[in-house]
Structures are given as C-alpha cells and as structure tokens.
Ligand binder design. Structure first.
Ligand SMILES: Cc1cc2nc3c(=O)[nH]c(=O)nc-3n(C[C@H](O)[C@H](O)[C@H](O)COP(=O)(O)OP(=O)(O)OC[C@H]3O[C@@H](n4cnc5c(N)ncnc54)[C@H](O)[C@@H]3O)c2cc1C
Length: 377
C-alpha cells in the first residue's frame, strides 16, 4: 500500500487525501494551523464558475462541473449546498459589453456553452437587476457551494477512509532519500516519511518547495468578503460584473455573500487577515450599482483571505522532474475552490504514479524556466 504525506488541510489537500485514500493509499495530512481549512478554502466566495476562466483551466473545471460537483454531497455524505443556477456577469456600458463578449468568445473556443443576453433576458433570469444593466454574459451550468462545508466534507470523508490529520504541524522542509522526496520535517523536529509527498499548502507551498529546489513564482494577495443579514429567497445565480467590482450569491439560508476587487490588492498587507478600510465599501458600491433593491441590507461580518497568485494566474499541478516523489498543487490564484474536487482527484492520481484523468501540460512546473530578456544585462 502506497503511503503519501500531504501538506496542507485546505480544500485541495483534503480532496487529495480523500481521493488518495479512496484509491487505497495510506495518508497522513499535516496542517500548520490548529484547525483544518483556515486558509483561502474557508474564506472564499464559493463560486463554482467555469465562465471567465483562463482557457487553460476550462478542461479541468468543466470536468469537475460535469462529473464531480453534482454528486459531491452524496459522495461525501454531507450537504455542501451546491447550487447550479448559472452565472450572470453584468455590464452597463459598451466598454463592459465588449469585455463580456470577449469572455464569451474565449469560453466558446474552449467548448463551454455560454452566451450574451440582452437587458430583457438578463432581467428574466434575475428580475432584481438595476435598469442600468445593458446586458450580461450567461453561463447556465455555473454555480456555487458552501466553502466551509466543502472543506469539512472532504476532511470528514477522508477521516472515514482512515486518513490521519495532524494539526499544529508546520512542515519546514522536504527531505530526500536517494534523490526522491519521501519525507518532511516539522517545526518541532518530527519527521514523517512515506513513499511520496504531496504539497497543497496554498501560498505556504512556496517557501516549503524551495527546500527541495522548486521555485513557484507566487505572490500573496489579500482578498475580502462580506456577508449580509438573511433575506427571503430572491435569486440563486452566481453574479458578477464586467469590471469585477463585485461578485457573489445568495446562500441557502438567505444571507448574501459578496466580494469584489478594488485594484489595490497587490499593495495591501497580506500578513494581516483583518482586511482593509477600502474593500467592503467598494464592494457595496458595486452591488448597489447593480442591485439597488439590496441597499438597506445590513452587513453582519467582513473577512479576508490570502490568494496564492501565480505568475501566470494558473496553478501548478505536477510532479516536477527535478524532485521525484514530490507532487505539487499550488498557485490556484483565486480560482481554486471551483477546481478543488477535480484538482484533488488529479493530484491523487499523480501522487500514485498513475495517468491523470486529464492532460496537465498547461499546469507543469517547467513552464517557469527563465526566459532570456533582450536588453537585460
Ligand atoms: C476572499 C477569497 C475569495 C475567493 N473566491 C473564490 C471563488 O469564488 N471561487 C474559487 O474557485 N476560488 C476562490 N478563491 C480561491 C480559493 O479559495 C483558493 O484557490 C483555494 O481555497 C486554495 O485551496 P488550497 O487548499 O490550495 O489552499 P488553502 O485553503 O490556503 O490551504 C492551504 C493550507 O495549507 C496550510 N499550510 C501552509 N503552509 C503549511 C506548512 N508549511 N505546513 C503545513 N501546513 C501548511 C495552511 O495553513 C492551509 O490550511 C477565493 C479566495 C479568497 C481568499
């Protein structure tokens, strides 16, 4: 029986552990925090979105939406609140509609069924829109799920299959034996050894991978969310805007969860998880601009989380040739929740030396080989 050490108990580490154990492997998951899922995995917007993705991510995310997400609650034995009511990305101006048309064109080229809808059809799909909405892109197979429940459900299902989780275990180095990465060392000096190591540690993966000579170019980016008081059921599509000033959805119990981008994210302090004074008001302006009907809803709470933003905004899902025995899943760059189940499946297949269910050429580590830059000395 193969024995794999997984580093990181976020959605991707937990999903990997689950699929590894389902394939018969013995698995130990090491998590630096005192609880599981305290990274981006429990702090995100819950979007299970295929639309608006980098074309490289379309095959895996479409595979997940077709083959995994719809049956995930049953498979994991817990309601993860998956809701497949589509994604409307809204625009008000000709400039916005141009951005949306380009997204639709890229998605169609990748085989995703998505189209533009005019103002009237957008309002038929979601009657609460502002009169200012001029049109939208529409992907009927997109959706959302509850990130806390997904992360917890994979953890519980993995535990039922015998996976060991060790919390408070920060892995500080990867260790090789006969040139293979087969062991890890924790901050308190414990050594865990197996047949291979799978690193799914979000932004924390960068520092750890460097101990085995692997350099994934990633930056930490602080992103913020808010949740409102409960409201009667209004609409259950995933919503967004051409300029990404807001995105979100109404949850099963009635609260709205919204996030957005304000443009200053790369310049904020990602070491504090307390958020900024900029984000919530910016998101509210975005939401109210498209949904004036929500203007009196009270905000209950705001929070922040850190993205592992990769240089080219797509993840590494690979066994780097430089480090046999090592499997890497990091750099999900703000899209990792929707990808988590399929990424866990693919990473488990890589870690066990099998053929992955999908080609992974676009996610290989060797795409970062330094390029010569003319003019630089
Ligand atoms: C505010 C916000 C909104 C987002 N919205 C969406 C969305 O709507 N849709 C979407 O698809 N994605 C979204 N994302 C991105 C998504 O949350 C992440 O891509 C995904 O959760 C990454 O999962 P992960 O398991 O790789 O990382 P994480 O959840 O960060 O888990 C990594 C784990 O590894 C642990 N760890 C780190 N270093 C070590 C170490 N040395 N030793 C042991 N353990 C370690 C950490 O403590 C953590 O628990 C959002 C992210 C944020 C922050």
């Amino acid at each position: 029986m193969a024995e794999i050490i997984v580093v990181g108990a976020g959605a991707i580490g937990n999903a990997s552990a689950y699929y590894l154990a389902k394939s018969g492997a013995k698995v130990t998951v090491l998590e630096k925090d005192s609880c599981i899922g305290n990274g981006g995995s429990s702090r995100n917007g819950g979007g299970v979105r295929q639309s608006g993705r980098n074309p490289a991510e379309l095959p895996p995310v479409m595979y997940g939406v077709r083959n995994i997400w719809p049956g995930l609650s049953d498979e994991l034995g817990m309601d993860i609140e998956y809701c497949q009511e589509g994604n409307l990305r809204l625009g008000k101006t000709e400039e916005h509609l141009k951005i949306l048309r380009e997204l639709v064109r890229d998605a169609e080229a990748g085989g995703l069924a998505m189209r533009m809808v005019d103002r009237a059809e957008a309002r038929e799909i979601c009657p609460f829109l502002s009169d200012e909405v001029a049109g939208a892109s529409w992907c009927p197979t997109d959706g959302h799920a509850n990130p806390l429940l997904v992360t917890l459900a994979f953890y519980r299902a993995a535990r039922r299959l015998g996976v060991d989780f060790v919390t408070g275990a920060e892995v500080v180095s990867l260790r090789k034996k006969r040139s293979r990465v087969v062991a890890v060392v924790t901050a308190c000096g414990s050594v865990y050894e197996g047949d291979g190591v799978l690193v799914a540690a979000g932004y924390g993966a960068g520092k750890l991978l460097r101990t085995a000579g692997i350099d994934v170019p990633m930056a930490p980016v602080l992103m913020e969310m808010l949740v409102t008081e409960e409201s009667p059921p209004m609409f259950f599509q995933m919503l967004g805007a051409a300029m990404s000033d807001f995105y979100g959805h109404q949850t099963k119990h009635g609260s709205f969860i919204f996030g957005g981008t304000h443009g200053f994210e790369p310049y904020t302090d990602s070491s504090r998880l307390t958020g900024t004074s900029i984000a919530a008001s910016n998101t509210c302006r975005g939401v109210i601009g498209y949904f004036p009907v929500l203007k009196d809803l009270k905000i209950l709470r705001t929070w922040a989380g850190v993205l592992d933003d990769c240089f080219d905004h797509i993840p590494v899902i690979d066994n780097p040739v430089e480090a046999p025995g090592l499997t890497v899943g990091c750099g999900f760059s703000g899209h990792g929740f929707g990808l988590a189940p399929v990424a866990g499946l693919l990473l488990s297949q890589l870690a066990l030396g099998g053929s992955p269910a999908l080609p992974l050429d676009r996610f290989k580590y060797d795409r970062f080989r330094a390029k010569a830059r003319s003019g630089n000395t």
